[in-house]
Design a protein around this ligand. Structure first.
Ligand SMILES: Cc1cc2nc3c(=O)[nH]c(=O)nc-3n(C[C@H](O)[C@H](O)[C@H](O)COP(=O)(O)OP(=O)(O)OC[C@H]3O[C@@H](n4cnc5c(N)ncnc54)[C@H](O)[C@@H]3O)c2cc1C
Length: 460
């Protein structure tokens, strides 16, 4: 006989554990299932370890620049990759172990370790066990996409997951993919000491950002010696001796590049192909993402999908927010929705990019009457004092309602400073509220009111 629960949660990523706690607190009998590492992508192979490594890379970069600050470091700066990995592993495992313990001690919650599969709309099998519930929450996340590419089967390659085991310096690293994951790894390995070539199929890096952001990101990376190969439309790979050769078919430069190691960072795919969704009748889209409505209900009553697997977000904060939305709807009589969420994220190259709301290009495309202001980081005292003046901040405002439509802060502290803009957007307050706020000196945020004083009509 299957064991009966009030709720089953599949996956311990960013939404599942929070939701387990909310449900269990009401007295519901909850089961949560994890097939591999507690905490999922963010804790084990995503945000936490990469940002720990970004911090090591920043330390190496700053040490090399010590002379700029009047500090003398006798001898060359070197990086001990084993210690970089040990530090990263310690930070990740603290988080993973803490979460596992917390879940295992949670009252009214039973943890299953194994691969979950639907046997029917209300029944899940985990190994030899079967469990049932009227409410099932899918939080299975995603993994690196490895699309078929000519010659890929002839060469060995890394993904964000296998990069976690790298405790040596790849002498010459080819990174395929010029978006968030590829750029973060690319810059950090350059700073560790690798020669790095970033290969991107599109005409510019981070193609979803405005062109000025892409150009400034490219400047930041090339200033550190990262090679960029854009427009690599016809990618293929081959082994040549000990080397990996990537055929590029670029518009410019020789049409191949070579390296000792290859990292694929070309996107993500949802972990929905081995979940038995067809046994439950849960609909997925053409790319395997589970189709959900604005309150995260799937096509089958009693089954919800949260986090990266529903394609509504691709970040830790969006997955966690999915858990809040479902909990609010089920437990608090509060009809929160995904559409209440303002897109916001950061790109953790150094200096980072903090982004909120619409890009300038999206505002133009929508044909909205808008005002725009921009300020280079060279005119931000805090950045000058810190000796980190790359990048700029930009904001776009609706000319009629005076509400802020979107902003980008590419520069030191940009990942934090963006929140004062984001919060005003959530408050739906006019930009003048922020313009009149008196911010602390010297900070990056203090220049946001000043920048708002320079708003100009967005012209063609
Ligand atoms: C390199 C990298 C860096 C990133 N950096 C950031 C960042 O800085 N900021 C940010 O916001 N986001 C970042 N992200 C994205 C972020 O990691 C994800 O958006 C987030 O982890 C998604 O969480 P989730 O809850 O959807 O699922 P996940 O965290 O992926 O968790 C899903 C869990 O479900 C388990 N599972 C899957 N299938 C089954 C099954 N059938 N049975 C049982 N268990 C199963 C998995 O083992 C996993 O533990 C990064 C991602 C990568 C790859």
């Amino acid at each position: 006989m299957p064991t009966r629960y009030d709720a089953i949660i599949i996956g311990t990523g960013q939404a599942g554990p929070f939701l387990a706690q909310r449900l269990a607190k009401t007295g519901m009998k909850v089961a949560i299932i994890e097939r591999k590492l507690f905490g999922g992508t963010c804790v084990n192979t995503g945000c936490t370890p990469t940002k720990a490594m970004v911090a090591s890379a920043y330390a190496a970069h700053l040490a090399r620049r010590a002379g700029d600050f009047g500090v003398t470091i006798p001898g060359p700066v070197s990086v001990d990759m084993r210690r970089v990995k040990e530090r990263k592993d310690a930070i990740s495992s603290d988080s993973r172990i803490g979460l596992e313990k917390w879940l295992k001690q949670m009252q009214n919650c039973t943890v299953y370790e194994g691969h979950a599969r639907f046997a029917s709309p209300q029944m899940i099998s985990v190994g030899s066990e079967a469990i049932t519930a009227d409410r099932i929450f899918i939080n299975v996340g995603g993994r690196a996409l490895v699309p078929p590419m000519p010659g890929l089967d002839e060469v060995s390659y890394l993904t964000n997951s296998s990069m976690m085991d790298v405790d040596f310096l790849p002498p010459r690293l080819i990174v395929v993919g010029g978006s968030y994951v590829g750029l973060e790894f690319g810059q950090m390995f350059r700073r560790f000491g690798s020669e790095v070539t970033i290969v991107e199929m599109g005409p510019r890096l981070v193609g979803r950002e405005d062109e000025d952001v892409s150009a400034a990101v490219a400047d930041i990376l090339t200033a550190e010696g990262v090679q960029l190969r854009l427009n690599a439309k016809c990618l293929g790979f081959a082994k040549r001796g000990d080397e990996i050769v990537a055929r590029l078919d670029c518009d410019q430069g020789p049409n191949e590049t070579s390296g000792t190691h290859l990292l694929l960072a070309v996107g993500r795919r949802p972990n929905t192909d081995d979940l038995g969704l067809e046994k439950a009748g849960v609909a997925v889209d053409a790319r395997g993402y589970i189709v959900v409505d604005d309150q995260l209900r799937t096509s089958v009553p009693g089954i919800w999908a949260l986090g990266d697997c529903n394609g509504k977000g691709a970040f830790t904060h969006t997955s966690y927010n999915d858990g809040e939305i479902v909990a609010a709807n089920l437990l608090d009589n509060d009809p929160r929705r995904v559409s209440d969420r303002i897109p916001a994220y950061a790109l953790y190259i150094d200096p980072p990019l903090g982004r909120a709301g619409l890009t300038e290009a999206q505002v133009r495309k929508a044909g909205r009457k808008a005002l725009v202001a921009k300020r280079p980081m060279t005119r931000v005292s805090r950045a000058v004092e810190k000796g980190e003046t790359q990048g700029f901040m930009k904001i776009v405002v609706d000319a009629d309602t005076r509400e802020i439509l979107g902003a980008a802060i590419l520069g030191v502290g940009g990942d934090e400073a963006i929140h004062c803009i984001l919060d005003v957007m959530y408050a739906k307050a006019p930009y003048t509220v922020l313009q009149r706020a008196v911010h602390i000196h010297p900070t990056v945020s203090e220049l946001i009111p000043t920048m708002l004083g320079d708003l100009q009509p967005l012209t063609d």
